[in-house]
Design a protein around this ligand. Structure first.
Ligand code: NAD
Ligand code: UFG
Length: 366
């Protein structure tokens, strides 16, 4: 294990801590930055990440995202290069810090890859999550914010998608099922012991970057998702965008999604943490994080061209297997319970993505 040295016998620091699994990744790093920028010095951030989908410069102890956040905030992040499935290592993290609650981002997330590697996905996402919960329980930690996804709703039976929409039916891939299974496990856990407080945040489509342009999304290989693909076309790394289907029943025939700025998501996590102080927040709560507005693929292209001043060539290709036509959130529960609303516009999402991409054409390795 790299990063902090583990102390087998005692906690090295008794300051209250938030454990962030997968905190070196895209949504995790923005949430860590937001928390450090906004919380007092009486709380510390501990990150566990196995770096399977995040970048560390040769010779550095910490991944680049966390190193930059430390530089931006002047605060220290306790980092453990370890896998959430490594029970002994996870126990030592909980022994070393006074963990109060956990934000659990760590997971594999490539939908297509999950179809060809289902065991790896269930191992990391389901088994890993169970291991984390066992270790939390053993250390008396019962407060959890979980990274879920609107994918758990499957093919929408009605729109907008609110939290009462059925989940689990018609899921088309192991990744989506792994998120659904974890939600069911968390419900069982909460039913088994009233001490648990779990907030499962169902993200719609996270995009954008920190307004500084210093941290952002850094996919390995060719991006699977629309926004990083568009950004890489705009910066000249990729030639043209393939638009997956132009015959959906939408405004222009292309797929419609609810894109939400990653900084808004970060604020949503802070809102969820604040709820743990309220007694009504015991048990399992699923909450959508989206804007409530959908944009088509071609509307995204136009917005990105406007923000970047670059042309984004595209051509129509076949529909992608498993894609739904339209998907957007009813985000009113988040407003009522977390006091959260997505504040950033599509223009903000594109401008912030472009600031990151244009200054880091090859991501953190630039
Ligand atoms: P990401 O891949 O950028 O971040 C995940 C981080 O977890 C990475 O740094 C990776 O190295 C780490 N990790 C993976 N498996 C691990 C393991 N077994 N042990 C320790 N660390 C591990 O992904 P992201 O986009 O930041 O997504 C974060 C979470 O949000 C995931 O749970 C994902 O399923 C969920 N989510 C993401 C999206 C999206 O479109 N980005 C949408 C909905 C939900
Ligand atoms: N699209 C293209 N070309 C591309 C990539 C995407 O036309 O190269 C289209 C898709 O067909 C879809 C839209 O752009 O209509 C958005 O696609 P993304 O892959 O960016 O996002 P999805 O809505 O398919 O899925 C994403 C994540 C999932 C997550 C889901 C809901 O990939 O992990 O959002 O949170 F589950």
């Amino acid at each position: 294990m790299g990063g902090d040295t583990l102390n087998e016998d005692k906690r090295i620091d008794m300051t209250r801590a938030i454990l962030v699994t997968g905190g070196a990744g895209y949504v995790g790093s923005h949430t860590v930055a937001y928390l450090l920028e906004n919380m007092g010095n009486d709380l510390e951030i501990v990150v566990v990440d196995n770096l399977i989908n995040s970048y560390r410069k040769p010779g550095q102890k910490k991944p680049e995202s966390l190193r930059i956040i430390e530089d931006m905030t002047g605060k220290t992040i306790h980092f453990y290069n370890c896998d959430i499935r490594d029970v002994q290592a996870m126990h030592r993290v909980f022994q070393n810090h006074l963990i109060e609650c956990v934000i659990h981002f760590a997971a594999l997330k490539a939908v297509g890859e999950s179809v060809t590697k289902p065991l790896e996905y269930y191992q990391a996402n389901v088994s890993g999550t169970c291991t984390l919960f066992e270790v939390m329980r053993d250390h008396g930690v019962h407060k959890l914010v979980y990274s879920s996804s609107c994918t758990v709703y499957g093919e929408p039976q009605r729109l907008p998608l609110d939290e009462t929409h059925p989940t689990g039916a018609g899921l088309t891939n192991p990744y989506g099922r792994s998120k659904y299974f974890c939600e069911e496990i968390m419900k069982d856990l909460c039913a088994s012991d009233k001490k648990w407080s779990v907030i499962s945040l169902r993200y719609f489509n996270p995009v954008g970057a920190h307004p500084s342009g210093r941290i952002g999304e850094d996919p390995r290989g060719t991006p699977n998702n629309l926004m990083p693909y568009i950004a890489q076309v705009a910066v000249g790394r990729l030639e043209e965008l393939q638009v997956f289907g132009s015959d959906y029943p939408t405004v222009d025939g292309t797929g419609v999604r609810d894109y939400v700025h990653v900084q808004d998501l970060a604020e949503g996590h802070a809102g969820a943490l604040a709820c743990f102080n309220k007694t009504e927040f015991t048990g399992f709560h699923a909450i959508n994080l989206g804007t409530g507005t959908g944009y088509s693929v071609l509307q995204m292209v136009a917005a990105f061209e406007a923000a970047s001043g670059k042309r984004v060539p595209w051509r129509v290709a076949a529909r992608r297997a498993g894609d739904v036509a339209v998907n957007y959130a009813d985000a009113s529960l988040a407003a009522r319970t977390l006091g959260w609303r997505a504040r950033r516009t599509l223009a903000d999402m594109c401008a912030d993505t472009w600031r990151w991409q244009s200054t880091h054409p090859h991501g953190y390795a630039t």
